[in-house]
Write a new protein. Sequence first.
Length: 435
Amino acid sequence: MSTLKAKLANAIPKMQDEIKQIRAEHGEKILGTCTIDQAYGGIRDVSCMVTETSLLDKFEGIRFRGLSIPECQQQLPHHPEGEEPQPEGIFWLMLTGEVPTREEVDGLTQEWRERSTVPAHVFKTLDALPVDAHPMMQFSTAILALQTESKFAAKYREGMPKKEYWSWAFEDTMDLIARLPQVAAYIYRRTYKNGEHIAPDPTQDWSGNLAHMLGYDSREFRELMRLYLTIHCDHEGGNVSAHTTHLVGSALSDPYLSLSAGMNGLAGPLHGLANQEVLRWVFEFREKLGVDVPSKEQLEAALWDTLNGGQVIPGYGHAVLRKTDPRYMAQREFAQKHLPEDPLFKLVGMIFESAPDILLKHGKAKNPWPNVDAHSGCLLVHYGMDEYDYYTVLFGVSRALGVLASLIWDRALGLPIERPKTVTTEWIKEFVKQA
Ligand code: CMX
């Protein structure tokens, strides 16, 4: 058994006992209530689910097992060639609650390398799709095609007992994460680089190998990937990609089926696709004006045009956050360090100066501040990756770490099939008459 799995095998019974005790002593206490407004309004702020891997505070931002993004950047092992944390480390942290050692991270890199072979039929499935199919549809399809490899599904058919669920969810998760870089890179190269694929480099870590197979071999791009794949991994359990993965998994659908479903949610423009929309918005507007960096007046006019046209300003606002997303700030710091003179970075900075005031004047968005998606594209463009339709796939590779770590815990804790109660408007009309 791998060190990580052994650690989990040790941690799970303790957590099961703790939860058993909490439920026995406090099971009747009210955690959250739901008003009629909340029932119609996307169930905001109703505490009704448990997710172990991370917790979001509306003012402070995300904490992974208690660690903020700056703390993760400081405490998680860095790759020897740079300063950014390796995503292997945050996966370990999310699963075990412990910061791994350098050796533990290297062990995980090695284990993912050994599990990384993608079956040929997955590439054939991708090749059967039109080359201009959206990369997120390709990504979700490839994850589904990988499902033939599910050990969880095979063991379920053989009649595995409940206590083994987490163990096979773990095996599927490890295989799946190991294979995602090659799948993601294959989609990129077939869609944008005439199908000229690049073989994996077995000397690289998980992020470095993805950078290499995408065709970006600079040290700085590898560092960007390490940061990017770390900070996009998880945002507690209620966001669309995490909640969908959890919900589908609750039917004991295996990790492949669950992740593919989660990725379909990530592909929505109000969620992960916003990173593509930000760049599309910026490119279209620059092209219209014929300038690289517009004046403040031109920018503000474009922001108002978007709002007056009934569209959202992509990359701004959030369902939970009420301040600038620390994931935005981490990327801004990366840009200040590596590309301070980049014209697109300057434009992203100008939007940061103007958009919040305009959104406040517009008076609708509860949070006028930028989220993670407002910044990621400009970093990728700087290194030459300007195919913005692809960006959400990179978000998805990272998001897999968090949602699958949670899925393992879901099975370890025996969480049941999810089935909230719904009511009709007729029912509500009767209810308010009597209330
Ligand atoms: N631009 C214009 N209008 C906005 C807005 C924005 N960036 N953000 C919110 N609003 C509007 C909403 O559309 C809503 O309008 P209606 O009353 O007409 O329906 C109103 O303000 C209130 O919305 P809210 O309560 O502030 O925001 P929600 O919790 O409903 O939605 C989010 C959150 C992220 C979907 C929304 O802010 C948005 O659409 N932002 C732009 C898309 C985006 O960047 N998404 C990425 C989020 C991060 C991620 O998941 O990756």
